[in-house]
Write a protein that binds this ligand. Structure first.
Ligand SMILES: Cc1cc2nc3c(=O)[nH]c(=O)nc-3n(C[C@H](O)[C@H](O)[C@H](O)COP(=O)(O)OP(=O)(O)OC[C@H]3O[C@@H](n4cnc5c(N)ncnc54)[C@H](O)[C@@H]3O)c2cc1C
Length: 401
């Protein structure tokens, strides 16, 4: 991998962690992602699927517990290392990398909410998910403060409602077909409407839910064009009763919490799709040096070199922006969502453009189903919708300018 951030900027431990991430990406995630891409959505998650082994191996690497306090690293160095790990894993396979990252949502939410008690119950030993979008509320759910909604318009009834009932909360309804890990998750960080029983307008709240509880069922795994190694699907709640203490964030703090969370998820997507863009660039450079036309490797043709440079320039710019945003948001008194969104949009757009250009560099070979480039292009296109459509995120960011 021809990385732009300099290895000499990293200390010995950081360099070793990066190498571990790269090895895991190259030896486990990349071959497994290519294999799962060709299976049906049901086969990907069938009992005995190597997907579960990837989850197990990932846990053993200990990346999920990287914190500046335990690493004796500054916050800036810690987030830079996290960005590097995310890029490395997605360089291997972004569907798997995002499924692994999404799996840690419930314990991460417990940590962010300052609820170590919930953190003990919702651990990263279980496959978790982030259930926020609903069949009738995709962009609406991510636009947590209504900043892009038409003025005075009613968004309509939520598809999932948590109702207070004494010391319990009873959840009824469903989440969308796009919940990552949706049909395999054992736990969920559920973001949904909250009816406190007071008769007033419903707010939104965050709950940690054990999906092994009675009343939970799942839809069919979603069949889609890209990131096929990432399981997605609906979760249905039929009067699922959980303790009121499982409310990690109440309505009064919901908007502030989601703002901070989206700073993290958007920057995380920014880091991951730097890795996807880098993967496409690496393939294109290698192929250009091997494929001969006009008597020489096509790399020797100036126009091919110029195209490769354009791709390289875009990847370098996306990576630099991502690291800058990660570090700023981790060290500034208040993270800025517009910066995190700038990174997500830049990286996913870059990954799609670079993968598309890489397909051009491969010529006819690029359109073959066993060629890695066509998969990267499908994976990257999906990312421009994943965790918020890029245009919607752009509108949300613009509101903050
Ligand atoms: C790979 C992937 C992984 C995902 N993972 C998760 C997950 O883990 N958990 C989860 O809960 N969800 C997840 N999602 C769902 C994702 O967040 C939504 O798909 C996304 O927010 C868009 O919502 P939607 O699909 O309902 O589209 P819609 O909101 O219906 O949007 C359709 C179109 O209308 C436009 N539009 C919508 N509202 C406005 C507006 N106010 N102004 C202007 N234009 C508008 C949009 O830009 C888009 O072009 C995932 C999606 C993908 C693709």
């Amino acid at each position: 991998m021809s990385m732009v951030d300099l290895p000499e900027q990293l200390g010995e431990t950081e360099q070793a962690i990066r190498e571990t991430a790269h090895r895991f990406a190259a030896e486990v995630l990349r071959p497994l992602g290519a294999k799962l891409d060709k299976l049906s959505a049901e086969e990907v998650i069938a009992e005995g699927s190597p997907l579960y082994d990837a989850h197990r191996q990932f846990r053993e690497l200990g990346f999920t517990t990287l914190r500046s306090e335990t690493m004796e690293l500054s916050r800036a160095d810690t987030v830079r290392l996290r960005a590097i790990i995310a890029a490395e894993l997605a360089w291997g396979d972004c569907g798997l990398a995002l499924g692994l990252a999404g799996s840690t949502f419930p314990p991460m939410i417990a940590h962010m909410a300052g609820r170590p008690d919930l953190g003990e119950q919702f651990t990263s030993d279980q496959i978790g998910c982030w259930a926020i979008t609903e069949p009738d509320h995709g962009s609406d759910q991510l636009d947590f403060d209504g900043s892009i909604s038409a003025t005075g318009m009613d968004r309509g009834r939520p598809n999932c409602i948590a109702r207070k009932d004494g010391n319990s909360v009873v959840i009824t309804g469903q989440k969308s077909s796009w919940v990552s890990n949706g049909t395999i998750a054992e736990t969920a960080a559920l973001f949904c409407a909250y009816d406190d029983g007071g008769g007033g307008e419903m707010g939104q709240a965050v709950f940690l839910v054990d999906l092994k509880d009675g009343g939970v069922s799942r839809g069919k795994p979603t069949d889609k064009i890209g990131q096929r190694s990432l399981n997605q699907g609906e979760i249905f709640f039929d009067e699922v009763r959980i303790p009121i203490g499982n409310m990690a964030v109440g309505p009064e703090k919901y908007a502030t919490f989601v703002d901070t969370l989206l700073c993290g998820t958007n920057a995380g997507m920014g880091a991951s799709f730097v890795g996807v863009a880098q993967a496409a660039l690496d393939h294109a450079v290698a192929y250009a040096k091997e494929r001969k036309q006009g008597g020489v490797p096509i790399f020797q043709h100036q126009s091919v070199k110029a195209r490769l440079f354009e791709m390289f320039r875009k990847v370098a710019a996306a990576r630099a922006l991502n690291q800058q945003v990660m570090i700023y948001n981790a060290t500034a008194p208040k993270p800025r969502l517009e910066l995190a969104i700038a990174s997500k949009v830049t990286s996913t757009q870059t990954a799609f453009e670079v993968a598309s250009e890489a397909m051009g560099i491969y010529g006819g070979a690029g359109i073959m189903r066993d060629n890695p480039i066509e998969m990267l292009m499908r994976d990257a296109r999906i990312a421009m919708i994943e965790d918020g459509c890029n245009d919607i995120l752009g509108l949300m960011a613009a509101e903050r300018l």
